[in-house]
Design a protein around this ligand. Sequence first.
Ligand code: 5GP
Length: 185
Amino acid sequence: MNVQAQPERIWCNGEPFRLYLSEEQIQQRVRELAREISRDYADKVPILIGVLNGSFIFIADLMRALEIDCEVDFLKLSSYGDAKVSSGQAKIRKDIDAQLAGRHVLVVEDIVDTGLSVRYLCDLLQAHRPASLRVVTLLHKAEATRYPVQLDYVGFVIPNLFVIGYGLDYGQKGRNLRHLYVLDQ
Ligand code: 5GP
């Protein structure tokens, strides 16, 4: 994979992918989301909870585009392993350190697919008794979502396709692609 050139078509782990959303399209939408979140939290200091690994690039861009004071912490979940479909199970791999009681918590997800991970996470975080709990996701596979989830900010609603790039991987590869690519079946 040539991550420097970032052409229209690439191969990742032996499978073909084509360009889906360009870096420019992503960055513009991230700025719009940041403006909306900055307005909604104008008088608050939210704590952003990044869901590792996939959301690390999105949260870095989103946080730098926010015009308000904010904090950050991370937790690690795993539901996909190295596969292209959800395993149907969510597991905590790394827990948060921050105290969330009474805080305005904003969960930052890369992608919501079945909704299992975000549903599991919200139940877990509610137990910390935050003052508020909202979710921002860059991507939402709305047709694939089976678990009831409230998504407060959504970057792009996408079809039920497998995507990589901008933090999202296929077998741990492809996270450093600047654009989003879709599996070309
Ligand atoms: P869910 O629990 O909503 O079914 O799945 C959420 C997680 O599955 C995401 O945080 C992400 O790690 C992974 N995932 C879902 N769809 C995709 C996809 O199209 N590409 C990649 N790389 N990961 C995905």
